[in-house]
Ligand binder design. Structure first.
Ligand code: PMP
Ligand code: GLN
Length: 385
């Protein structure tokens, strides 16, 4: 008997593929986005204490209240939005779960969902499982800004939802105040819903303002804002994130969350709540910490034949290698991993229809010595032809 696939064109994610290839070839892994340095030792201690203290049974379905209270304090501090922790914040098993659940809650069969290409890989499959269709709006290098006038032409009677991601993976683009206002106008005018994927919210560089859908009340009313403690606290393997939304949207969100996972890993929720309470500056100091890494990476490649695209936020750097190779980006990433022991992600996989370009993505969430070793190799190979 042949099972009819619900996602017939999908294979393993590019992140799994490239991390596996990096391990096979003992390459420096700048592909999948995760830090190679430890998180705050205090956080690990809090986790151990929570487990030892017996906080090991099911958390309440929406997350432990002390963590939701800390999230509401954080959101108020960063964005001046006052939230009700009981009714507007749900702790999830990573941002991935929050995105999936929000999409299932909002998308009905036949609905259209606008995504911007290059787009994070989890959006489209989740939309298709809900019976919807993604409409892909391409962004142009080097700035990858949204043309809001053009975008409005893509909105049809069937458009239900728009998914935005700022700071943006993989391009490092960041929405300006004007972008948020334009988004708000379109969402209200066409009565759309919005999912705002803000997992890199605290990683905005060069003194630019850290803006969020949380700051635009009319937009926020129709938006599920998603974030990730994996990114913010350097613990991607803990798979803890959260969704912030109006009382009405949260209620629909929780109907699905409770049957996807019911609740998320309890001891880590207590540990994160304690850290946010006792060391809140861990979060607010994040931009300066990552900006140093971005600058180290960029400076090391400045005199090479790599052409670096702007990076205003996130922990990813796009680089154009067309000056020294004609390989397509997938072949190039395989060659780079196998022959030169540095792994990266091809940009084309983030598109429905990739333009002809020779650009790949590096993750710079790494120790200074990792970045030094990798950039030395990258400089050397950029003169080979
Ligand atoms: N959205 C974006 C843009 C991401 O880069 C990631 C990956 N880290 C996620 C969502 C998923 O986050 P999490 O690991 O918390 O599931
Ligand atoms: N968000 C990470 C990245 O973009 C990967 C997460 C995953 O492997 N699913 O690299």
């Amino acid at each position: 008997m042949k099972l009819q696939s619900k996602l017939p064109t999908l294979g393993n994610s590019i992140f799994s593929q490239m991390s596996l290839l990096a391990a096979e070839h003992r390459a420096i892994n700048l592909s999948q986005g995760f830090p190679d340095f430890p998180s705050n030792p205090q956080l690990i201690e809090f986790l151990a204490e929570s487990a030892r203290d017996g906080l090991n049974q099911y958390a309440p379905m929406p997350g432990v209240l002390v963590l939701r209270q800390q999230i509401s304090i954080l959101v108020q501090r960063c964005y001046q939005r006052v939230l009700c922790p009981e009714q507007q914040i749900t702790v999830t098993s990573g941002a991935t779960e929050a995105l999936f659940v929000a999409i299932q809650a909002l998308v009905r069969p036949g609905d259209e969902v606008i995504v911007f290409d290059p787009a994070y890989d989890s959006y489209q499959p989740a939309v298709e499982l809900a019976g919807g269709f993604t409409v892909h709006v391409p962004l142009q290098p080097p700035l990858y800004q949204v043309d809001w006038v053009q975008l409005e032409k893509q909105i049809s009677k069937k458009t239900r939802l728009i998914i935005v991601n700022s700071p943006h993976n993989p391009t490092g683009a960041v929405f300006s105040h004007q972008d948020w206002l334009s988004l708000q106008t379109l969402v209200l005018k066409h009565r759309l819903y919005c999912i705002s994927d803000e997992v890199y919210e605290h990683l905005v560089f060069d003194g630019e303002a850290q803006l969020s859908a949380n700051q635009y009340p009319d937009l926020a009313e129709r938006t599920v804002v998603v974030s990730s403690f994996g990114k913010t606290l350097h613990v991607t393997g803990w798979k803890l994130g959260y969704a912030v939304a109006s009382v009405e949207l949260t209620s629909e969100f929780r109907k699905i969350h409770q049957y996807v996972t019911f609740s998320s890993f309890t001891p880590a929720q207590y540990a994160i709540a304690r850290l946010l309470c006792e060391q809140p500056d861990d979060v607010t100091g994040l931009a300066a910490f990552y900006q140093q890494k971005r600058d180290q990476f960029r400076q090391a490649l400045a005199a090479s034949a790599w052409s670096l695209l702007p990076c205003r936020g996130s922990y990813f750097q796009l680089a154009d290698y067309s000056a020294f190779s004609d390989l397509d980006d997938v072949a190039f990433c395989h060659w780079l991993t196998r022959e030169h022991k540095v792994a990266a992600i091809p940009l084309s996989v983030f598109y429905r229809q990739s333009p002809s370009q020779r650009i790949i993505r590096f993750c710079f969430a790494k120790e200074p010595q990792t970045l030094a070793m990798a950039t030395e190799i990258l400089c050397r190979l950029s003169v080979l032809r």
